[in-house]
Design a protein around this ligand. Structure first.
Ligand code: NAP
Length: 253
């Protein structure tokens, strides 16, 4: 039956940045669909764990700072030890630094590019090598942004990195589709999370953003739960290299 294609029973999903915001919402969604979730974060994922356990779902955390060079190996090793397999990888962790382009230091540029772009590639490569290639299947979901399509204001490294995420999603899909691995992305619109606190506190910017969203409201982590389950599931097996906007209509304007 069609709804069975969306079930994730028996699957193991790795979600980076699972302690809060969109990563927490995605973790809850995948767990509710039946997956066992391995949440990667640099801080405790206790809140996420409690929410999943309240639904009788399965959740383990791997605490690691993703900006550290050993992070990729740690995630692979801990996943092997905890579950012995991985079927789904959600590259959700990301950071944004807001400053005028004229002031951006090399250090700040590198921090954003490292986490939002470089790590997305090398974690995908490592998980594909270790789990997806041997199994002949796997799902990668990258988290892109409106700034994968637009330039934004005062966030040049973020815009560059999120544009790269869309290119990388297509590049990996082209190489790995024939291996049974689907690589796709979700581009969230303006969502009420820590990522946008500064923006939402700026009354003028906040009002002009809200005025431009056809849905007339900021998005929430719940808003991307359905798309995450779809892209993680068998229902999307012939979807490759595509970025789905979940943006209340922002890009349609
Ligand atoms: P968020 O609440 O700031 O979440 C970002 C996540 O990444 C947090 O779990 C954060 O951990 C984690 N992270 C950052 N640096 C890390 C590091 N060095 N090591 C380990 N984890 C690290 O914001 P969010 O909105 O949920 O963001 C999730 C993703 O969606 C990001 O890729 C973001 O760019 C993207 N996105 C968000 C929006 C939006 O409007 N909110 C729109 C488009 C795209 P800590 O909690 O410890 O910082």
């Amino acid at each position: 039956m069609i709804l069975d294609l969306f079930r994730l029973d028996g699957k193991v999903a790795i979600v980076t940045g699972a302690n809060t915001g969109l990563g927490q919402g995605i973790s809850l969604a995948l767990a509710q669909a039946g997956a066992s979730v391995i949440g990667v974060a640099r801080r405790s994922c206790q809140e996420t764990a409690e929410k999943i356990q309240a639904d009788k779902g399965s959740f383990h955390e791997v605490i690691v700072d993703l900006s550290r060079p050993e992070a990729v190996d740690t995630i692979v090793d801990r996943t092997k030890a905890l579950a012995g397999r991985a079927d789904i990888l959600v590259n959700n962790a990301g950071m944004i630094l807001r400053e005028d382009a004229i002031d951006v230091s090399q250090e700040n540029w590198d921090k954003v590019i490292y986490l939002n772009q470089r790590l997305v590639f090398f974690l995908s490569q490592a998980i594909a090598r270790e789990f997806f290639f041997p199994a002949g299947s796997g799902k990668i979901i990258n988290i892109a942004s409106m700034l994968s399509f637009q330039g934004g204001i005062r966030v040049p490294a973020y815009a560059a990195s999120k544009s790269a995420v869309v290119g990388l999603t297509k590049a990996l899909a082209n190489e790995w589709a024939s291996r049974g691995i689907q690589v796709n992305a979700i581009a969230p619109g303006y969502m009420a999370t820590n990522n946008t606190t500064q923006l939402r506190n700026d009354q003028e910017r906040s009002a002009s953003i809200l005025e431009r969203i056809p849905a007339g409201r900021w998005g929430t982590p719940e808003d991307i739960m359905g798309t995450a389950v779809y892209l993680a599931s068998k229902a999307s097996d012939y979807v490759n290299g595509f970025t789905i906007a979940v943006d209340g209509g922002w890009l349609a304007r």
